[in-house]
Design a binder for this molecule. Structure first.
Ligand code: 8X3
Length: 248
């Protein structure tokens, strides 16, 4: 058991839900956040009193304040922020993409992430806490249709390194986790198609949400003198393609 508390954004599904279960099983108190209150409450009921469900929209600063102010005393001292909430929308090339989808990715993956981080930073500095941000391999390696999604994840990667620099001397640790293909609702959300999701993950042996949750716990369990700056993960079946050349 530990007396530490983690706040996990986007805990309603996928990596966030797996992380909530994994950290609770390791003895952490877990604050799970998200917009879908019913799913959060169901998860909290399953995990038990170690989890507190906090439903709010991360794009709304006043809603974040109200939510944090409503935390029961036992959950107020937050040691670790896991910025997991995020999404990809669309796979169209940039010149055919939907601007509203681009904006929605920026709102969640960047604006929401910086808003909750900004709110929690004073507490994290006070407690010499830690931040783990979920970036992606898409931060480093461009792929067709990745455009703004990759751009948002590059922001998360670089923001993580920038936080490390700004928090120098505070004892606060910051990590950018950069997974490749993980089988979650990610592709269903991105494409709106269960068939597309099944076709991508089908026999590809992708990573699982549990793989990433275990990695998050491992990062959080390192001794306080050690900071994992960036950690990139892929399934064995995923690697890199070469440059493309248009001819004619
Ligand atoms: C998404 C990574 O490889 O599924 O963050 O596009 S990948």
């Amino acid at each position: 058991m530990t007396d530490r508390t983690v706040l996990i954004t986007g805990a309603t599904a996928g990596i966030g839900e797996a992380a909530a279960r994994t950290f609770a099983a390791a003895g952490w108190r877990v604050i799970g956040t998200g917009r879908r209150a019913d799913r959060l409450e169901a998860l909290a009921a399953d995990i038990g009193p170690q989890m507190h469900a906090l439903a709010f929209d991360m794009r709304d600063g006043a809603a974040i304040d109200d939510a944090l102010a409503s935390l029961p005393p036992a959950f107020q001292a937050i040691d670790l922020l896991i910025n997991n909430a995020g999404l990809a929308l669309g796979t169209a090339p940039a010149h055919q993409a939907d601007l509203a989808q681009w904006q929605q990715m920026i709102d969640t993956n960047i604006s929401g992430l910086i808003a909750i981080t900004h709110k929690l930073l004073p507490r994290l500095v006070e407690r010499k806490g830690a931040i783990i941000n979920l970036s992606s391999v898409a931060a480093t390696y461009p792929y067709s249709g990745g455009n703004v999604y990759g751009g948002t994840k590059a922001f998360v990667q670089q923001f993580s390194l920038g936080l490390r620099s700004d928090l120098h001397g505070t004892g606060v640790r910051v990590t950018s986790i950069e997974p490749g293909m993980v089988e979650t609702e990610f592709t269903l959300v991105r494409t709106g198609s269960q068939a597309a999701s099944d076709a991508l993950y089908g026999d590809a042996r992708p990573m699982t949400a549990q793989d990433i949750a275990q990695t998050l716990l491992w990062v959080a369990s390192q001794p306080p003198h050690l900071n994992i700056n960036r950690l990139e993960l892929m399934p064995v079946t995923q690697s890199f393609a070469g440059f493309q050349v248009a001819r004619g």
